[in-house]
Structures are given as structure tokens and as C-alpha cells.
Design a protein around this ligand. Structure first.
Ligand code: TXD
Length: 308
């Protein structure tokens, strides 16, 4: 019989707690919730331990302030850092969160050297890049979650506009996880029908503008903190693709090595996620305006890397 998988959640805040709930409900394995705040991960773990019997879920969840407890984790999902406050850009976060990522990377390298690492902390593409550099893990085992979420936001608003099921909309949002992300209209369809044939261009422009600003829209409404349900769900789908070798095609921040004319940085591109992590970056032909936007987005990521 296979041993249960171990999922380490680094950061037990809003997203970390939701990740623990979803990992438990979806039967990913046993969960370790780690945070520097004393008592909080233990409290959330105890609460979730009490939830498990309600749904008949046999997952073991522990909370800890000792990073060594992530020992031997199969998957680490990293949310440690500070979230955006209203009016703050994702890039303002760079210095504080970089120091946190360096510490956490050191812990992952020492205690979970074979883990698949999914980074969520903002600024996403840069923190994922830093995680890979600091751990020295193969690039296939370090990936950033943003594209799944940005794509889901695009799908949600397109489905709303078309008044169809979200599952009928297939879309891609590429590029960095910032205001210059690139919704790829040319590959976005409603069950194979190009959205451009169903929705007028001006309406699509407005939807894409909203998608680019969705994170900020949530921040402005919440006033304290940023989105957490949908980011957690998005990372869980990526963890499942790895743990269950789904070979799922998703948009994710991956280490580009010349694909899309981008080299040496992490950027949101279509990837196949399976048992080896990022199995492959899928290159699709983009329109010239989409190409130009992706280049601009890559330059934005590069300029934050130079702050590090
Ligand atoms: O699409 C995406 N990638 C994102 C990213 C979508 C939404 C939010 N995104 C970013 O995720 C956000 O800007 C933050 O950088 C992270 C985590 O967001 P969350 O809402 O979970 O933030 P919280 O609730 O503040 O939780 C962060 C936790 C908090 O409990 C801190 O005590 C903890 O991180 N923290 C640490 N944990 C472990 N180790 C260290 N060093 C540490 N420092 C802080």
C-alpha cells in the first residue's frame, strides 16, 4: 500500500488555511501547516481536525512553528509573506517578501529536498524565480501559481457575459502576474467557438481590463488582505496535477529557456504539469499584439528581479 502523501503549507494565513481545508477535503494526503505566528497554525489545524469527521475525511493535519516538521514533504505550497494593502502594488512587496522567501527556501532545501514547490507569494514571478535560485532545485520542480487563477477570472467573467457554464469556457492568461498580464483572446473559446465570434471586441476589451485588475478589485473590497479562496483552489489543482500525474495543461509561472523569446526568468506560460513537475512548456503561436504584450510583461518581471 502506498504511504499517504505529505503536503507542507508554508504560511498559514488566509490562503494557507484555505489550502489546508481544500487539501483535506480533496484527499491529497496529510497536511503540515507552518507559520512563524505562534499558536495560529496549531489553532487552524485543530479546527480542521474537528472538521474531518463531519465529512468523514481521514486526513491528519498538524500545525507548527518549526520548519523541520515539513520533513520529507512531497509538495510544498508557499504563501509566506505579506499581502497587498489597498493602493499598494504587488511590486512594493518585493523586498520584504524576498527575505521571507530566502528563509523558507533554506528550510525547504534542508527538510524537503525532493518536494515539488508551488509558490504563491507576490510578486509571484520574481518570488518563484528566487525560490528556484535559493533551493537550487531543478526548474521543473519549482513553479508559480498565478495563471490558473488569472485564467479562472477570465473564464468566470466570459461565462457571465455569455450566460453559459464556466466549464464551457476555455481560456489562457499568460505573462507576469501583474497589471500587464496577457489574456490570450486568440485561443479563448466557448466549447471550441472563438469568443471573438460571440462577444463584441469592445466588450472583450472591458472584460480583459477587469481581469487584469481583478486582484486589486478584491483588495479594494476586502480592505484587509487579498483574494484567498480562488488562489488556494488554483494551487490545489496544480498540486493534484503533480501528485496524480494528470499531465494537465495550465498557465503557470515557469522557468523559460528561450520559449516565447524569454530566457532566464520565470513567466506565466502554458505548461504540462505531471509527475515530473513542469513536464514541458507548450509554445503556441501568438498574434503580434499578444507577442508584444508578453514581451512587455517579461520586461516588467526582469525589472523587479533587478531590484533583488
Ligand atoms: O495569484 C497569486 N499568486 C496570488 C498571490 C493571489 C492572491 C494573493 N497572493 C499573495 O499570496 C499575497 O500577495 C501574499 O504575498 C501571499 C499570501 O496571501 P495571504 O492572503 O495568505 O496572506 P496572509 O494571510 O498574510 O498570510 C501570510 C502568512 C502570515 O500568516 C504570516 O505570518 C506568514 O505568511 N509568514 C511566514 N510564514 C512562514 N515563514 C515566514 N518567514 C513567514 N513570514 C510571514
Amino acid at each position: 500500500m502506498n504511504a499517504r502523501k505529505k503536503i507542507a503549507l508554508i504560511g498559514a494565513g488566509q490562503i494557507g488555511g484555505t489550502l489546508a481545508l481544500l487539501a483535506g477535503l480533496r484527499g491529497l494526503g496529510d497536511v503540515v501547516l507552518y507559520d512563524v505566528v505562534e499558536g495560529m497554525p496549531q489553532g487552524k489545524a485543530l479546527d480542521l481536525t474537528h472538521l474531518a469527521p463531519v465529512f468523514g475525511c481521514d486526513f491528519k493535519i498538524t500545525g507548527t512553528n518549526n520548519i523541520a516538521d515539513i520533513r520529507g514533504a512531497d509538495v510544498c505550497i508557499v504563501t509566506s509573506g505579506i499581502p497587498r494593502k489597498p493602493g499598494m502594488s504587488r511590486d512594493d512587496l518585493v523586498k520584504t517578501n524576498a527575505d521571507i522567501i530566502r528563509k523558507v527556501a533554506d528550510g525547504i532545501k534542508s527538510h524537503a529536498p525532493n518536494a515539488f514547490v508551488i509558490v504563491i507569494t507576490n510578486p509571484l514571478d520574481v518570488m518563484t524565480y528566487l525560490m528556484q535560485k535559493e533551493t537550487g532545485f531543478p526548474t521543473a520542480r519549482v513553479v508559480g501559481m498565478a495563471g490558473v487563477l488569472d485564467t479562472a477570472r477570465y473564464q468566470a467573467h466570459l461565462a457571465e457575459e455569455l450566460n453559459v457554464s464556466v466549464s464551457s469556457v476555455s481560456a489562457f492568461v499568460l505573462g507576469g502576474h501583474g497589471d500587464d498580464m496577457v489574456p490570450v483572446r486568440s485561443y479563448t473559446t466557448c466549447n471550441g467557438i472563438p469568443v471573438e465570434k460571440l462577444i463584441p471586441a469592445e466588450k472583450l476589451d472591458a472584460i480583459e481590463k477587469r481581469v487584469r485588475g481583478s486582484g486589486g478589485e478584491v483588495v479594494a473590497l476586502l480592505k484587509t488582505g487579498s483574494a484567498f479562496y480562488s488562489p488556494a483552489a488554483s494551487a490545489i489543482t496544480m498540486a493534484e496535477a503533480y501528485l496524480f500525474d494528470r499531465r494537465k495543461v495550465v498557465a503557470a509561472a515557469a522557468a523559460c529557456n528561450g520559449e516565447y523569446g524569454v530566457k532566464g526568468i520565470y513567466l506565466g506560460v502554458p505548461v504540462i504539469l505531471g509527475a515530473n513537475g513542469v513536464e514541458r512548456i507548450v509554445e503556441i503561436e501568438l498574434s503580434s499584439s499578444e507577442k508584444a504584450l508578453l514581451q512587455k510583461s517579461a520586461q516588467g518581471v526582469q525589472s523587479i528581479i533587478s531590484i533583488l
